[in-house]
Unconditional design. Sequence first.
Lengths: 600, 347
Amino acid sequence: MDGAVVNDLNICVATTNGSGSQSSNTVLYKSLYKMGIPCSGKNLFPSNIQGLPTWYYIRASGEGYLARKDDIDVMVIFNEATAAEDVEKVREGGLVIYDDSGPLPEELKRPQLQYLGVPAWNLVKEHIKSPQLRAKQRNMIYVGALAQLFGIPLEVTKEVLTDVFGSKPAVVDANYLCIELGYKHMEASGASQDIARLEAMPGGNDNKIMTEGNTAAALGAIFGGATVVAWYPITPSSSLVEEMIARIHKYRTDEHGRHRYAIVQAEDELASVAMVVGAGWAGARAMTSTAGPGLSLMQEGIGLAYIAEVPGVFMIVQRGGPSTGLPTRTQQADITLMHQGSHGDTRHIVLIPHDNASVFEMSCRSFDFADQFQTPVFLMLDLDLGMNQALSEPFKMPAEPIQRGKLLDKEALEALEAQGGKFRRYFDVDGDGIPQRTIPGTDHPGASYFARGSGHNEDAVYSENSEVYKKLQDRLRKKYETARSAVPKPLIENSTGAKEGLISFGSSYEPVREARDRLSASGRLTDHLLLRALPLTEEVREFIAHHDIVYLIEQNRDGQMTQIVRDDYPDLAARVQSICIYDGMPLAAGDIVQLINGAK
Amino acid sequence: MTEAARQSQPEVNRLNLSKKEYVGSDSTMCKGCGHDAITASIIQACYDVSIDPMRVVKFSGIGCSSKTTNYFMNQAFGINGIHGRMSAIATGSGLANHTLLPIGVSGDGDTASIGLGNFIHMMRRNLRITYIVENNGVYGLTKGQFSATADLGTKAKKGWENPWEAIDLASLGVLMGATFVARSFSGDRKQLAPLIEAAMMHNGTAMLDVLSPCVTFNDHEGSTKSLKYIREHRDALNEVGFIPEFQPIEADYDEGSDYSVRMHDGGVVTLHKLKDHDPTDRMQVMTLLEQARNEGKFLTGLIYIDEDKPSFAEQENLGEEPLSMLSDDKLRPSHAALDEINASLMH
């Protein structure tokens, strides 16, 4: 192992869905986390309950890169069905771990690779009594083998097992037995590898949390004051609401055991959006979470919320589209559908977090934006961000208290009347496009109004008058323009003397950060802007104007974000070039470097 | 006040509101439309039992019927949503604030065609709402197409014959879990107003299928939703009365033919039975409805009632304070709670 790379390792584990490999992979990345080595875990799973192939990527990076790494250093081939294609994916000089309970088929042998076997089936048959448990426990054998080969101490894996299965000591023991079997077998065989070794980095992950974006969004919603959640199960967003269900009762149960929230599984997404509109109109902080197909069904309801000016939060975990597309792969291809959701002219606020800490922060704030702007607000997530394990800074308590915007209660209405004023629901009182609002149950005779999706005047009265309609349309656009100076500003990272710029957003941030370092190492300096919201803010224009060319990296075919940027800044359109990567895989730095190098 | 002065004052109810204060904006329905008569019954009912308009929330979808929530109680909040989604919009609102009195007005297209999925799930959840379907079997605003409640073989004004069987909203309501199911006729305020009064006091889904002839597109010979056809084929199960909480109940009661149910929010609905009918017996009610359907009759009156089933808000275990009115400290967990969460994600 001497001379091997330290703490730079990318392991891909190939198994079958439902075989219990999730627990084994959890033990692996959590062990890395405990050792202080920055790491991430990415699950490439099928749309299936049991039996189809699944891959799990575990990356250890002493330098702190968390994106999917393009090169696979180690491949665990525990799924016969895919083994032939799996060995093809391993980089030259890489290592294949296989179950040598039987001989390795000839066709899996590639001359450039190293092979190490561990008799996983034989070991579990010998040591595990229950035939049902053997298939699951078999996957713990590779954990032990990898631990021995790369330097994960056995006691660390035991600590992780205790964290994960703490309440079930028998499960901890059974799993540990198999890890130990794999470990001891490797040790006794005298096998070694020259790829990398893992060394503890004490304090390396101090004050870093490890979680998934959907969990961060769920917690953000709870801290953001969400009270009504209407949803319909869909991959990859289901775990977001399920995390809320699991966690919210602890914080929102009153002294009589009653709920200060309602989470309703609707009959379809037509209903979930309508419930959000009804709840938002009636004053709740309402939200839904869905993916592309659900968002398609919600379009008409989104239009109602937009024109009737009803707050609501839409957490969209994107997957591969159109139609059913690739339901278990990642993409950023619903940008237009969020930003311009509904028929007719619309423009919506879209918040775009890029890591778990910002998912929490923006999820929390999305409810403030919805109330302040009285409009649908979108939180843009994707499968990579939402369902994969990643490190981030801890969640931060919001600096500001809950913001309800221009919501008038009884006292405010009385004060308004005392000054000779009158509540007018759709009147632009402050010149920012944002009117005042009341909610049902407000005990004041001047509070009520009639909300509708049809044309209406400033007093919420039905109107088909052209001037009235145009004025309403213009005011709604004005709200969007007001939002430009309120939404999160981009994050800008400059290099001295760079003439080229990169723009990334969402889950592309981490691979772009890595790609930028690689480009820089090869002498190509770039500045970087991380886009964090729509509408675009002035900083985006300035960034583009200051560079000869700007590459906008996005995970869709048609450059949807590029279209928005070009539309907003037609004078700068020629400087913005799309780098589109849309194969459904979590973005890797190598893909970006290759395309940018190819671009010029 | 002299007697003369008193007489010159408008009559007021127990909230000191005149009936005029229950009237809304001017109707834009066709002259003679059944929907206007239903609006008048809603106004009458809410005035009579002194419903506070500020506690009422009005819901509607899209269609002629859905415009009518604008024609009563301007002091009530209202939302006119999108086609077919009224029941889901009302469901969301009912979660945000379950202490209000929701009235939804929809049509047969809005409810039974495009909105059927959401409608049956609303009933299944037993959302508190007085849900009135102004049922004329036809699309008015798009000029005369059939809806899902149009009967098999009925003729459209354009001469087309409906090839499909009708969805019977009363049967559907009973089947899907509505806990107050009634049918009436727009022209029968004597029957309809007490049904609305009782429905408003019901803590669950009160579904009122109100036959309301479309005088423009569905009142011709060959239509089974014409004024004449409905008048000839309606068949009352019972005579309905409602005694509000504040009125004494007169003990003139016939054990054999009279029946009364105390409503959740107060008051008593009284039924003088015209047929052998137990409105709490779901099986019997389904049989009666099916028999009537075979005979081509519209059973009217209070058809089914269950005052015991928990409402949606009760099933959701909501507290007294509406979710929409919770103060910030009840919404956002503490800093210590967040510290604990962060710590739990650090291993």
